[in-house]
Design a protein around this ligand. Sequence first.
Ligand code: NI
Ligand code: MN
Length: 227
Amino acid sequence: MNLTFYGHAAFQVVIKGKKILFDPFITGNPLAEGKVDPNTLEADYIFLSHGHGDHIGDAVSIAKRTGATVVAVYEIFVWLQQQGIQNAHPMNTGGKWTFDFGTVKAVVAQHSSSFPDGSYAGNPVGFVFKTDEGNFYYSGDTAVTLDMQLIPDWVTPDFAVLPIGDNLTMGPEDAVAVARMVKTKTVVGVHYDTFGFIKLDKESARSTFTKAGIDLKLPAVGETIKL
Ligand code: NI
Ligand code: MN
């Protein structure tokens, strides 16, 4: 499976030819400026983990331009409709749905969620993907939580996309604990360096993962990696 990183927690995977975009925050990310153009990103689906501005980002404009189906919790689904998005799909924690590329389950994330104007955006979630081309887990912004132990009861992810920037989410040590709980050996680290609060010591992070026997991928902004 190919994964392209667009900075912060924004990335795309392609499954069965479908372009699936996650948390597309590009405009306003200084690290993505000049490297990613939100006006040319393609998407068949956009998955939103929660309502914070650094995740909702450019989702509305990309969805309007591409006609992508936007998948998010019910409260964000309602908000998307108010923004004029016709193709939205509501999910909520614990539920799963089979799309044309595979089945997705929404899972617990320990974080907060509000829209950029401060209004209520429901609970944050992560997503577990089970597909013929591979399985993976995107946790969204979260702390480590024991609920994650339940994920491999449904599917064992080939890789997990996890925040590692600390302070606003878990950091590298806890991300290792998550990788162990979900029984994956490969982690794509996201949600670091974008703001002052989440500067990552990459060497230290790499050594934390290496000591645990887990492969940490830190793709550059705009880079595509094969997983
Ligand atoms: Ni957040
Ligand atoms: Mn965030």
